[in-house]
Design a protein around this ligand. Sequence first.
Ligand code: IPE
Ligand code: IPE
Ligand code: MG
Length: 255
Amino acid sequence: MGNQASTDSINERLPRHVAIIMDGNGRWARKRGMPRHAGHPAGVEAVRRVIQHCVARKIEVLTLFAFSSENWRRPKQEVGLIMDLFIRSLRKEAKRLHHNGVCLKVIGERAAFSEKLQQRIHEVEQLTADNTALVLQVAANYGGRWDILQAAKSLAVAVEKGELSTHEIDEALLANRLSFAGLPDPDLFIRTGGEHRLSNFLLWQAAYAELYFSDLLWPDFDAAALDLAFADYASRQRRFGRTGEQISGEEAEAS
Ligand code: IPE
Ligand code: IPE
Ligand code: MG
């Protein structure tokens, strides 16, 4: 993305919200003859680069899938190392995030985490709560099904308490109880590492996201790779059920 024309066209149509399944850490390490877990610290470097680039490009929300509700099925040692890395990264990165105006939120079922990790998450969330340059959501012990289930349960509780009646429940009310209530849905949904699946990430919120798959392993993902995804996104026509002619008609009217 070296020339000015392509940079301008990216800037015109940037996504407000980018969601990324950061996949391929294990394979990246194995390719280098290292144990799988060595890929995760390398993945943290890529996280840092991508956050910085999203701030530079003035993206509003970045949601990163760090640990799924199914990742507990991995060998105990790998899970332990990922949790340690999570705690260390939160401590190490907090100041930098704050300095860059990033507001950090962790989404997912955090009760499963150690007290220490929960405390650390709370501290960084408090520290960065009023920042506005970028909302960074880190999905940890997150699953799309869990998210919809907890929203449905909380609606059921409201009905039980008589605060709500069943016929009032609509998409907006349910969406309000999902993990990232109040933020726009993801526009661009990226998965690195070559797999073409959702792996239980944002099942409700990604209903109309543009999907983009990169063969790069996550630790190799960088600003240039993100710009390629942005350029691809900028070239797409989002129709939300309408026809292409309707959309081009509206665009012509607006310009
Ligand atoms: C993604 O990389 C990171 C986590 C799921 C925590 P992987 O560890 O899944 O890497 P691969 O897919 O095995 O290469
Ligand atoms: C998805 O990657 C979860 C994260 C990137 C955190 P996985 O590597 O766990 O996905 P599957 O198991 O290949 O579908
Ligand atoms: Mg994987």
